[in-house]
Structures are given as structure tokens and as C-alpha cells.
Write a protein that binds this ligand. Structure first.
Ligand code: DGP
Length: 112
């Protein structure tokens, strides 16, 4: 499958890894929009939030146990934002489910 994040997970494209286990991979965003900007992806190819189902929801539930571990390891004690863009209106550019962790400074009080 010609998927950028599948290639990153497989190590075919280099990335700065911050976390990995059997179901999840996390790495630094190439174009950071906050002092800390990490992407957390499932190791199964799920196209977006719109493709989450009962069959693959275990990956998503697992990722949401990993996110606070990463935030703690990154020292995001004052909070952070978790974002997942979906489709054209959501400005999703990579069609592999990913959750942005944004933090390390006061974020803007607007989301759109
Ligand atoms: P989104 O626009 O929500 O689909 O976010 C995709 C993010 O992926 C965007 O913030 C930039 C990041 N990105 C794109 N290509 C690469 C890459 O090759 N390496 C890394 N580390 N991040 C990438």
C-alpha cells in the first residue's frame, strides 16, 4: 500500500521516534506547529477517524492510553491538545489515522 505513515512505521522512511509498541508508533511532526508536536499512529492502516469501527477500535483505545504517557515523558505538565483531522474539510493531508499532540506553550483559544 502506498501510504506514507505505513512506510514510516516500517522504517522505510526515517522519522524521529518518540514511542513504539506492538500497536502504536509515535514520532515528531516534520512541520511542527507547537514546541512539542508529535504524531501518534496505529500500526494497522486505518484511513481516518471516519474509518474507525468495532473491528479496529482497540488500536484507537490503546493510542489513548499511550498519549498521556507520551505527554508525561515530554513534560507537558501544563496541558496539551490532541487533534485528528478528517477528510477535505478537516484538512487531512495523510490518509492514515493520526493524532497530533500539540503542546509545550500556550496554544491559541481557537480551533477552526
Ligand atoms: P494532517 O494534515 O492532519 O493529515 O497531518 C499530517 C502531518 O504529517 C502534518 O502535520 C505533517 C506531517 N508529515 C507529513 N509528512 C511527514 C513526514 O514524512 N515525516 C514526518 N515526521 N511528518 C510528516
Amino acid at each position: 500500500m502506498d501510504c506514507l505513515f505505513c512506510k514510516i512505521i516500517a522504517g522505510e522512511i526515517p522519522s524521529t521516534k518518540v514511542y513504539e509498541d506492538e500497536k502504536a508508533y509515535a514520532f515528531r511532526d516534520i512541520n511542527p506547529q507547537a514546541p512539542t508536536h508529535i504524531l501518534v499512529v496505529p500500526k494497522a492502516h486505518i484511513a481516518s477517524v471516519d474509518a474507525i469501527s468495532a473491528e479496529n477500535a482497540d488500536y484507537v483505545a490503546h493510542i489513548f492510553t499511550v498519549i498521556p504517557q507520551i505527554a508525561k515523558a515530554e513534560g507537558l505538565v501544563d496541558g496539551y491538545r490532541v487533534v485528528s483531522n478528517v477528510g477535505q474539510h478537516g484538512c487531512q493531508s495523510v490518509k492514515h489515522l493520526h493524532f497530533h499532540i500539540l503542546g509545550g506553550a500556550q496554544l491559541k483559544d481557537t480551533m477552526a
